[in-house]
Write a protein of this length. Structure first.
Length: 222
């Protein structure tokens, strides 16, 4: 079953680009850099899920205790998804830059399976496939960052026992996007994914990402 039956809902002449990667990879920095540099375009910016609701404490807890709890969490996150992309859907713009996308929700569940043993991905895919909420990106820019760098950049933002800096969890996040890139999951069937080294200087990352986005806007392969 495809989890992207409503992908055309986000295609109205504008292009949708998502910046993805683990926590502390630099997604927000890259997104803001693109907004600063690509001033010849009209760009709508979609904040990440946590920023949209005023902080991660207002989202479902990241590690559910059961399939039933995660079912409710996915529904809640889809409500956040619908709200955060609402203005971008109707905006008269050339490009939408999203700080995370529905792929984050799927990657999170793929990674949690490795940590908790709960098989969360398949049920989440079924719920998402029935939803009109997701704004599926035309292009994902994945910021690839080594696990030691995540820990170095954390700087106390997440406590030592946080799932978001857990090595097993973050390996699972990377594995999800690898599978989508290789066409091994239904989730990535029409999404182009480019991988960038997140340890590069921010200006270099912006330059590389901008090149891929302009290729997308001009109809070239990324």
């Amino acid at each position: 079953m495809s989890v992207r039956p409503n992908a055309d809902n986000t295609r109205s002449g504008k292009r949708w680009v998502a910046v993805e990667g683990p926590c502390c990879a630099g997604k927000t920095t890259l997104s803001q850099g693109l907004l600063t540099e690509m001033t010849d375009l009209v760009i709508a910016h979609v904040r990440c899920y946590a920023d949209h609701v005023g902080g991660g404490r207002f989202l479902p807890r990241p590690v559910p205790q059961s399939l039933a709890e995660d079912h409710d969490a996915v529904q809640a996150l889809l409500n956040v998804e619908a709200a955060r992309v609402e203005l971008a859907r109707v905006a008269a713009c050339d490009l939408v830059v999203m700080d995370r996308s529905v792929h984050t929700l799927l990657a999170h569940r793929h990674a949690l399976h490795r940590v908790t043993g709960l098989a969360l991905l398949d049920p989440a895919e079924r719920v998402i496939a029935r939803s009109e909420a997701p704004a599926w990106p035309d292009l994902v820019i994945y910021l690839d960052v080594p696990l030691p760098t995540i820990l170095d950049r954390n700087g106390g933002k997440f406590p030592p026992d946080s799932i978001f800096i857990d090595p097993v969890f973050n390996t699972g996040i990377r594995n999800y996007f690898s599978k989508v890139t290789d066409g091994e999951t239904t989730a990535g069937e029409t999404t182009a994914i480019v991988w960038l080294d997140a340890t590069l200087e921010p200006a270099k990352l912006v330059n590389l990402a901008e090149g891929h986005i302009r290729d997308l806007l001009q109809g070239r392969e990324t």
